[in-house]
Design a binder for this molecule. Structure first.
Ligand SMILES: [Zn+2]
Length: 262
């Protein structure tokens, strides 16, 4: 599951390549939109909303896509060979200078721009949005009550943008077991602030570095480090799988499972 900074970076690249360009050919390889042809229309802008991408196109049309697990948008020059198999392509947007191809997209739909709120309106404050609202994010996090912290951080209706990497890293850096109920955690404001700082730091790279160390394999405290020594205390990092998407990594010593206030 890509993190919000990855999606933000994709939007920045796609916007730089496509904004202002006229579509010369479009191809939506999903049954519902297979006959839609947006050629002749200009791309106005490409924006990220949490993990959603919105391609705003002339005449009030928006292409809405979502990556889910391993989707990706790639940019090619016309005629250039694609780096992924054609059968995995879900959307192709051709312009004179660039061809944008979305592979393995979980959601590909063409909607009215005025209806965008129906697909992204449920999202909480966007950590990388120009309208980021920390007070509203805190209010929504506080409202999670007995829900487990790790689940609340992944919930895009609380804050939009965090994925599994940041979930694990934020919990480590705050010294909190991801299984603690939100209601028992004293400094939720610190969690919101840290989430914003971390994702902001990686905004232009999409690399999810939380340690400040850019070297390969050094970028995270706990994520994907099961069995290896904690960078802080040396205790082996633990891993727990919760369904297909939710793998949690934590240090049992740095993130003790305190009794939550009773
Ligand atoms: Zn530790």
């Amino acid at each position: 599951m890509p993190e919000g900074d990855t999606v933000y970076l994709a939007a920045t690249r796609l916007n730089g390549a496509l904004a202002g360009q006229t579509l010369t050919r479009t191809d939506f390889r999903v049954p519902r939109f297979a006959t839609v042809d947006l050629s002749g229309r200009r791309v106005l802008e490409v924006v990220a909303r949490g993990k959603h991408l919105l391609f705003r196109i002339q005449d009030g049309v928006t292409l809405h896509t979502h990556f889910m697990m391993d989707g990706v948008w790639q940019l090619y020059r016309p005629g250039q060979r694609w780096r992924a198999p054609a059968f995995q392509a879900r959307a192709v947007l051709e312009t004179m200078p660039w061809v944008a191809v979305g592979f393995r997209l979980a959601v590909t739909e063409v909607i009215e721009t005025t209806g965008e709120h129906e697909v992204v309106g449920h999202l909480g404050p966007d950590l990388l949005g120009s309208d980021w609202d920390p007070d509203e994010a805190l209010r929504r996090l506080e409202a999670q009550g007995d829900r487990l912290l790790g689940d609340a951080l992944l919930d895009q209706t609380v804050m939009a943008g965090l994925g599994n990497v940041y979930k694990c890293e934020v919990c480590f850096l705050r010294g909190l077991d991801p299984r603690l109920p939100v209601a028992g955690i004293p400094d939720l404001e610190g969690i919101v602030g840290l989430s914003k700082r971390l994702i902001e730091l990686n905004r232009t790279t999409g690399s999810q570095v939380t340690t400040g160390d850019l070297r390969r394999g050094r970028g995270q405290w706990v994520y994907a480090r099961a069995g290896r020594p904690c960078r802080r205390c040396g205790t082996p990092i633990r891993r727990r799988q919760e369904g297909a998407e939710r793998v949690t990594y934590w240090c049992p010593r740095c993130q003790p499972r305190q009794e939550a206030g009773h």
